[in-house]
Structures are given as structure tokens and as C-alpha cells.
Design a binder for this molecule. Structure first.
Ligand SMILES: C[C@H](O)CC(=O)SCCNC(=O)CCNC(=O)[C@H](O)C(C)(C)COP(=O)(O)OP(=O)(O)OC[C@H]1O[C@@H](n2cnc3c(N)ncnc32)[C@H](O)[C@@H]1OP(=O)(O)O
Ligand SMILES: NC(=O)c1ccc[n+]([C@@H]2O[C@H](COP(=O)([O-])OP(=O)(O)OC[C@H]3O[C@@H](n4cnc5c(N)ncnc54)[C@H](O)[C@@H]3O)[C@@H](O)[C@H]2O)c1
Length: 287
């Protein structure tokens, strides 16, 4: 299907400006799009703005953009979902929690006025169908899954549910490609392609560490030096966030009931303790 200029989206909304949402805002604004970011509170809005500004300053220092200010002019950070009324695509990037996402998709359905607007979720593992049927427009709901760090990694997984329309899928593909991303197509199964393979690998590393088999540093060094990974699995879990890692493991386990997807006790205890990785300052490493 060819996407006409009239079907292309340029008014972007993002809900949730954490690790991923701020990255999605950044790549959209850098591609020249007008972006409204909705965050839930004053502190998280401030944190999102700081993360975005720091990343843009780094891009400017490397000569990848002319100036951070130029890009920031296209970004509006608000706390009211009503500001998304005129958006052509809204990307949900809130916490990996099905109840919270379903509630948000219901609200988005009520506030977004464009009858053809795309409702995209950046979920790592929650069925797109569950988000689709929370709205009156399941044909316009699709998974558009970015990877962390968003400004660096080129992949986007495109995940239609059984009810997603071909037009929604192709408009999403065209949008992601316009951001400089390379889409792959996935079925609506927990974990899609990458997390279904990556999360059990990370969980195996956590079990290895938990059993005292090797230190965190040696497990990570082993995979970096012996398998040419950019970082080891425990450092990667800290980058993803241990809460998100656990939530994705739980979705995979619920769907497939395979022990390899079960969150190890150590991961569960670390999350309960608030040791969430980089974002909380401590996980398998201290930051
Ligand atoms: C769970 C989810 O659903 C799905 C997922 O997202 S799974 C996670 C997928 N992500 C990965 O696997 C990440 C693997 N790790 C990596 O790619 C690298 O270790 C890394 C990019 C995080 C850091 O790379 P490293 O070389 O150690 O650090 P560093 O030199 O600071 O960064 C490399 C480049 O990335 C850029 N970069 C790093 N982090 C960045 C960030 N948060 N934002 C913007 N740019 C960033 C740096 O500016 C640098 O650019 P340069 O090459 O032009 O100098
Ligand atoms: N961390 C990763 O590596 C990664 C990679 C790909 C996809 N994802 C997915 O992206 C989503 C976000 O993950 P993250 O790592 O950015 O999480 P995060 O915890 O860094 O950020 C979540 C943000 O959402 C905000 N938020 C929560 N509820 C909200 C609401 N109702 N309205 C507005 N804002 C709200 C929070 O204030 C927070 O800033 C999750 O679905 C996650 O599975 C994460």
C-alpha cells in the first residue's frame, strides 16, 4: 500500500516521558515533527525535559543537529491528555502495566478527535489486542516498539493485532521509516521477536549470577569479550530497568508458561527493594 502525503503523520503525541518516551520525543522532533508530550506529574515532566535536553546537547556537541534549542522548539510538555486532541499519532510509553495501559487507551479514545488518528503502543510485551479492544477504534491501534536507547538503535517492531487495519500498519511503517528507523513485522505474541529471544537470555544470566556461578562483572565481560555484545546481559538489564525486565518476563510467562520466562527470585527481590538499575542508581551495578 502506498501512503499518500495526506495520509502521512506529522502531529505526534507521546504519553510517558521516561527512558523510552523521551527518546521517542527526541527522534520525532529531530525528524521535524511537532510533538506534544504528556507526563503525569510536575517532577516527572521536569525529569523528562532534563533527559531530552541532555541527549540533544550531546547530539549538538557531536554535530548531529544544529542546536538543541531548535529541536526543543517543536516539543511541548504538558500534563493534560486533552492537549492530544489534534494529534495524528499518539504513542503510549507509560509503565509496562496492562491495567494502566488499558485505562489510558480508553482515555485516549475519548480525547483524540482526528477520526483517523493512530494509537500506537511502545509496549514490550502486552498483547496489542487488549489495548485495541479498550478503544472504539481497534483498527487504529498498533504496536510500534522502539529500542533503548531510542536515538541510537535503528529497530522498530511493528505489531498489528488481528483487528489492526492495513492502512494503520502502513501509515505507522511510513512514520517510523521517516524517523530513520528500520521496521520489522511481528505477530501479536508476547515479546514479539526481540524480547522473546532477549529476555530469556537476560533471565539466564540473572540465574547464573544468583547461583554464585560467576560474578556480575565476569558474566558481562564474558559476553562482551567472548561474543562481541556491546554490553553484558546484567548491565543491559540495568539499562532496560529491572522493573520493566520483570514485567516483560511476567507477560512472556503468562503467555507461554515456559520456565525459561519465569522471573528469577533475585530479580523479584531487587524490584521489591527499589533496585531498578540505572534509573534508580543501583541494580546489578551502582551508578
Ligand atoms: C526491553 C525493551 O522492550 C526492548 C529493548 O530496548 S531491549 C534493549 C536493547 N538495547 C540494547 O541491546 C543496547 C545494547 N547496548 C548498546 O548498544 C551500547 O552499550 C550503548 C549504546 C547503550 C552504549 O554504548 P557505549 O559505546 O558503551 O557507550 P557510548 O560511547 O557512551 O555510546 C555509544 C554511542 O551511543 C550514543 N548514546 C549512548 N547512549 C545514548 C543515549 N541514551 N541517548 C543518545 N545517544 C546515546 C553515544 O553518544 C555514542 O555516540 P557516538 O558513537 O557518536 O560517540
Ligand atoms: N526500558 C526499555 O529498555 C524499554 C524498551 C522498549 C520498550 N519499553 C517499554 O516502553 C514503556 C515505557 O518504558 P520506560 O522504560 O520508558 O519506563 P519509565 O519508567 O522510564 O517511564 C515511564 C514514564 O511514564 C510516566 N507515566 C506513567 N503513567 C503515566 C500516565 N498515565 N500518563 C502520563 N505519563 C505516565 C511516568 O511518569 C514515567 O516517566 C513500557 O511499556 C516498556 O515496556 C521499554
Amino acid at each position: 500500500m502506498t501512503i499518500s502525503s495526506e495520509q502521512q503523520v506529522s502531529k505526534v503525541g507521546v504519553v510517558g516521558g521516561g527512558l523510552m518516551g523521551s527518546g521517542i520525543v527526541e527522534v520525532s522532533a529531530r525528524a521535524g515533527q511537532d510533538v506534544v508530550l504528556v507526563e503525569s506529574g510536575v517532577d516527572s515532566a521536569r525529569a523528562a525535559k532534563a533527559r531530552l535536553a541532555a541527549s540533544l546537547e550531546r547530539a549538538a556537541a557531536k554535530g548531529r543537529i544544529e542546536s538543541a534549542e531548535g529541536v526543543l522548539q517543536r516539543v511541548h510538555v504538558v500534563s493534560d491528555l486533552g492537549a492530544l486532541a489534534d494529534r495524528e499519532i499518539v504513542v503510549e510509553a507509560i509503565v509496562e502495566d496492562e491495567t494502566a495501559k488499558v485505562a489510558l487507551f480508553k482515555e485516549l479514545d475519548a480525547v483524540v478527535e482526528d477520526p483517523r488518528a493512530i494509537f500506537a503502543s511502545n509496549t514490550s510485551s502486552i498483547p496489542i489486542m487488549k489495548l485495541g479492544v479498550a478503544t472504539s477504534r481497534p483498527g487504529q491501534v498498533v504496536g510500534v516498539h522502539f529500542f533503548n536507547p531510542v536515538p541510537v538503535l535503528r529497530l522498530v517492531e511493528l505489531v498489528p493485532s488481528l483487528l489492526t487495519s492495513p492502512e494503520t500498519l502502513e501509515r505507522s511503517r511510513s512514520w517510523a521509516t521517516g524517523l530513520g528507523k528500520q521496521p520489522i513485522d511481528c505477530q501479536d505474541r508476547a515479546g514479539f521477536v526481540v524480547n522473546a529471544l532477549l529476555i530469556p537470555f537476560i533471565l539466564s544470566a540473572i540465574r547464573m549470577y544468583e547461583s554464585g556461578f560467576a560474578s556480575a562483572e565476569d558474566i558481562d565481560r564474558g559476553l562482551v569479550l567472548g561474543a562481541a555484545h556491546p554490553q553484558g546481559p546484567l548491565a543491559l538489564a540495568d539499562l532496560i530497568g529491572l522493573d520493566t525486565t520483570q514485567a516483560v518476563a511476567e507477560s512472556l510467562y503468562e503467555e507461554f508458561k515456559e520456565p525459561l520466562y519465569a522471573a528469577p527470585p533475585l530479580l523479584q527481590r531487587m524490584v521489591a527493594a527499589g533496585l531498578l538499575g540505572r534509573k534508580s542508581g543501583r541494580g546489578f551495578y551502582t551508578y
